[in-house]
Design a protein around this ligand. Structure first.
Ligand code: AHR
Length: 518
């Protein structure tokens, strides 16, 4: 059974309505009680993972510019992006897709670059890919930024043999024809590839399969995903879309237990409908509210998928990897169709905070999550424009949340009034807490209201060691290449009172503090 980390009671009564005059200045006061008890397994750093696909300018232009580029680079990787990712300490990076994974043949991306074939990226804009960024470029990049490699194999249009040979090429330390080829291509030593995805979205772009067929194919393909003795490789089954609980159930029932260590889940947040998702900027309060509210759906989705997993795996052996999550809006006007390029505002930073808080509540099963995507695509941490680069509010939120990596989540209880906007009712605040190994408590606080502050009262005694706040004057405030520091974190601290530490949260804000608790 999962332990529920917190109880957020949204009080929908008129008396608690935030537009009440008494709250106009300082907003409601919310008492938060943080227990000493662990509320689950430690938060795996991999929950802070990323995803980078051959999609739009995610790889080409975003990460890779090539050695001959005028954009400053190291071995073809742009220096500004490298530095930003090294600072972020990305724990794990998933590649090459997404949908792209199921049309990718790894042999296209090895050997002399000028001899590599040019292929059409049929999913994303029908543009050509010269395969300049392949296995060596990805695995060296992951090594360079200190991220574990999570490679997604092709179950949709490739063969089990192709998959098996790719694994051998990457990981074998035997003297074989493939490892000799690897050495000729510049890499003597095998790479460490701790995670391997057997396909992607087999229910959709990965082959439009039924869950039964997908489970059968997983068994077949995963049988041939073998690493050298002593090298662990987590085999991830392509799992459900959003609330397709049956998909998870069938995989758990039909896949041989020794062939699946984790199952994936994909969920994207958007304010509108799949056809008309809504704009990344220039939106109104209703879109603000529906976006945040929709991001909170992740909690129910995980709970329900985990319930299906519990039926077949009560010991919790198989992990749930939310290996694609984030916001997905209508693409920016003027951007190439199919490139999924979108701006990123303070709203996205709050979506990130809320989603990470949810992952902290499900640590017994959620052992990895990958925000989609890393650069220039969907909820990107980094945007580039030719030689220029900016960090988005999402990047800053992930930086602020770093102290949670490896910490043990703590039980949190609070009663929050609700924010009512149009048809949306949601909790005014969200709080997550965890204890680091040295005993320090890390606390994240999100104020979901677009226009009302909130006061958080805790019973915590001690000093706030460090703290940062991310907020902005407008609900769609974002960084641009002309004004890259419109949304950046500022120092933040609490006030010591007789009853414990108190925090004043401005509207539309996210704060993370670490407390040396007494
Ligand atoms: O991240 C964009 C796409 O979303 C991925 O390629 C696919 O897996 C999902 O549908």
């Amino acid at each position: 059974m999962m332990t529920s980390l917190k109880t957020a009671l949204a009080i929908g009564t008129a008396a608690a309505t935030l537009h009440c005059a008494a709250f106009a200045q300082q907003g409601p006061t919310i008492r938060v009680s943080i227990s000493d008890e662990a509320a689950g397994d430690p938060i795996e750093p991999e929950v802070y993972g990323h995803f980078a696909e051959h999609l739009g300018r995610g790889i080409y232009g975003g990460i890779w510019v090539g050695e001959d580029s005028e954009i400053p680079n190291t071995n073809g990787y742009r220096n500004d992006v490298l530095a930003a990712l090294e600072d972020l300490e990305v724990p794990v990076l998933r590649w090459p897709g997404g949908c792209f994974a199921d049309e990718y043949n790894w042999r296209d991306g090895i050997g002399p670059r000028e001899e590599r074939p040019v292929r059409i990226n049929t999913h994303w804009g029908w543009v050509t890919d010269d395969n300049a960024f392949g296995t060596h470029e990805f695995l060296n990049f992951a090594e360079r930024i200190g991220a574990d490699a999570y490679v997604a194999g092709n179950m949709g249009s490739g063969s089990p043999r192709e998959m098996s040979r790719w694994v051998e090429y990457m990981t074998s330390d035997e003297d074989t024809t493939l490892t000799r080829e690897r050495a000729e291509n510049g890499r003597e030593e095998p790479w460490d590839v701790p995670y391997f995805g057997v396909g992607n979205e087999s229910w959709g772009c990965g082959g439009h399969m039924t869950p039964e067929y997908s489970a059968e194919l997983h068994n077949r393909y995963a049988t041939f995903v073998d690493t050298p003795p002593g090298m662990d490789m987590t085999r991830v089954a392509t799992g459900a879309n959003v609330d397709d609980y049956n998909f998870t159930e069938v995989l758990m029932r039909d896949v041989k237990p020794w062939l699946m260590d984790a199952v994936s889940l994909h969920y994207y947040t958007f304010p509108g409908s799949w056809e008309n998702k809504g704009a990344a900027t220039g939106f109104d309060e209703a879109a603000w509210a529906s976006t945040l509210k929709n991001s909170l759906r992740m909690d129910d989705l995980i709970t329900e998928h985990v319930a299906r997993m519990d039926e077949y795996d009560p010991e919790g052996r198989v992990a749930l990897y939310v290996d694609e999550w984030g916001t997905w809006y209508d693409s920016e006007e003027g951007s190439t169709p199919g490139f999924l390029y979108q701006q990123n505002s303070i709203r996205d930073a709050l979506v990130a905070g809320l989603t990470l808080n949810i992952f902290h509540q499900h640590t017994d099963r959620v052992k990895m999550a990958n925000i989609a995507q890393m650069v220039n695509v969907l909820q990107a941490s980094i945007l580039t424009d030719g030689p220029d680069m900016i960090l988005t509010p999402t990047y800053h939120s992930l930086m602020m949340y770093k102290p949670f990596k490896g910490a043990t989540p703590l039980e949190v209880e609070f009663d929050s009034p609700s924010v009512e906007i149009g048809e949306t009712s949601m909790s005014h605040v969200d709080v997550s807490a965890a204890r680091q190994e040295d005993g320090t408590i890390v606390l994240s606080m999100v104020n979901l209201s677009p226009d009302e502050p909130a006061r958080i009262r805790t019973g915590l005694r001690g000093s706030v060691a460090t703290g940062q706040l991310l907020t902005a004057d407008e609900i769609d405030a974002h960084n641009t290449f002309e004004a890259p520091e419109t949304v950046v974190p500022t120092d933040f601290t609490g006030e010591e009172t007789r009853s414990g530490l108190r925090f004043e949260l401005p509207p539309r804000s996210l704060a993370v503090v670490t407390v040396d608790a007494e």
